[in-house]
Write a protein that binds this ligand. Structure first.
Ligand code: UGA
Length: 440
């Protein structure tokens, strides 16, 4: 099949590369000429395990190409994905200008039947707006051409996106009729393992499913984070509680880890956007409002604990392990590390940080500043630092040389935002160890 993907960001490129991998001819369109040049040269603009080899292999096999020319893109794909950004606006709602601009572009250039498929995370009701924008363009041209709009949200996790796409739990396809559904089923047939993964539904349900999934996962995390705070007060251990409740199959073990808050480009944005959609329909989503507030508070926890321990941060240095919002990505969007670092700087303290992948992103974000040093190994972060804070659970942090760290730190204290160690072991190594929900 010929497929076009508008938007060569994270979602767009993973979609394009994986669809090419199963034999489709995929053309990626992006307005950014630098990005297209980078991709044509065989490089991926972001870090994601497995993506670069997929891009290179399929480009070499002429199944994947990149262009800035929208007209060529519209002519190429019988299925056209819209995978452009939907950045949050100040009021929390998603900015749809790029999505609707693509819809108009398709309306301007199409000359035969097209399935237009929204892949970007867009609020309920967006597909209807896409349909309207496209229809208006056709009307301007005096063209009466058939098209269908489909909602096909993605459920990719950063760091595991290729695997998630190639081996999906489910493929949500929201359509208004049999014709686009048949095309989408054909496109996704190679990804059905053992049984049909496509779940067909109406467009609005597909749109809401995406938000409901992320909001449910964020809810689990905020719930556990609040319980962790309570566990500390009543002398319970949140890790025991997690195992205790996770073993109930109705609850399950995943996404029950207490920590220093959820980040990333999805949960914070999607929770906000769903609350906003609620307001627009005069429906207050009380649970989600609390989920967001609890997460904001949780992101400040490490800073509060560090200042409670160190007092005035002026003249003090905090070593930080882990900057990315989670392991296996270089993404710093809404990362808890940012809240911590910015609070330390505002209080006059310094930061020495290490991350296995996200240091370049961090450098771009904060530039050179006298109160910030990026170092190339975990131990180096502890040199001349007062205490250590762990923000991201990279595998490389799981089994440190506690004796060596103790010698380096001015005060032997570890503030662990990801519960990586057995508190008894760290205490026996001579540290003041504070994790989340497991006693002070
Ligand atoms: C999330 C969803 O998991 C994907 O299914 C979805 O497709 C994606 O958003 C999206 O909407 O595009 P992602 O943001 O990449 O994926 O990362 P997650 O693995 O979900 O982690 C999100 C945050 O929650 C991280 O900061 C992580 O540290 C935190 N988290 C996760 C916890 O604090 N506790 C947990 O138990 C799990």
């Amino acid at each position: 099949m010929n497929v076009t993907v508008f938007g060569s960001g994270y979602v767009g490129l993973v979609t394009a590369a994986c669809l090419a991998e199963v034999g489709n001819h995929v053309l990626c369109v992006d307005v950014d000429p630098d990005k297209i040049a980078t991709l044509k040269a065989g490089h991926c603009p972001f870090y994601e395990p497995g993506i670069e080899s997929l891009l290179t292999r399929n480009a070499a096999a002429n199944r994947l190409d990149f262009t800035t020319d929208a007209a060529t893109g519209v002519a190429h794909g019988e299925i056209i994905f819209i995978a452009v950004g939907t950045p949050p606006q100040e009021d929390g709602s998603a900015d749809l200008q790029y999505v609707l601009a693509v819809a108009r572009t398709i309306g301007t250039h199409m000359s035969g039947y097209r399935v237009v498929c929204t892949k970007s995370t867009v609020p309920v009701g967006t597909s209807a707006k896409v349909r309207k924008a496209l229809q208006e363009k056709l009307a301007e041209r005096g063209a009466d051409l058939p098209f269908d709009v489909v909602s096909n949200p993605e459920f990719l996790k950063e760091g595991a996106a290729v695997e998630d796409f190639m081996r999906p739990d489910r493929i949500i396809v929201g359509t208004d009729g049999p014709r686009p559904l048949e095309r989408m089923r054909a496109l996704y047939a190679p990804f059905n393992r053992n049984h049909d993964r496509v779940m067909a539904m109406d467009v609005e349900s597909a749109e809401l499913t995406k938000y409901a999934a992320n909001a449910m996962l964020a809810t689990r995390i905020s719930f556990m984070n609040e319980l962790a705070l309570l566990a500390e007060k009543v002398g319970a251990d949140i890790e025991s509680v997690r195992r205790g409740i996770g073993s109930d199959p109705r609850i399950g073990f995943q996404f029950l880890y207490a920590g220093c808050g959820y980040g990333g480009s999805c949960f914070p944005k999607d929770v906000k956007a769903l609350v906003k959609t609620g307001h627009e329909h005069e429906q207050t989503l009380q649970v989600l409002t609390a989920v967001e507030a609890a997460n904001d508070r949780q992101k400040h926890l490490l800073f509060e604990r560090i200042t409670a321990y160190l007092g005035d941060l002026r003249g003090k240095t905090v070593a930080i392990w882990g900057l990315a919002f989670k392991p296996n990505t270089d993404d710093m969007r809404e990362a808890p590390s940012r809240v911590l670092m910015e609070a330390i700087w505002a209080a006059g303290g310094k930061v020495r940080a290490f991350d296995p992948v996200a240091m370049e992103t961090t450098r771009k974000l904060y530039g050179e500043r006298p109160d910030f040093q990026l170092v190339d190994a975990p131990e180096a972060a502890c040199e001349d630092a007062d205490v250590l804070a762990i923000v991201t659970e990279w595998a490389v942090f799981r089994s440190p040389d506690f004796a060596a760290i103790k010698k380096l730190l001015r005060q032997p204290a570890i503030f662990d935002g990801r519960n990586l160690y057995d508190p008894a072991v760290v205490a026996a190594a001579g540290f003041h160890y504070q994790s989340i929900g497991r006693g002070a």
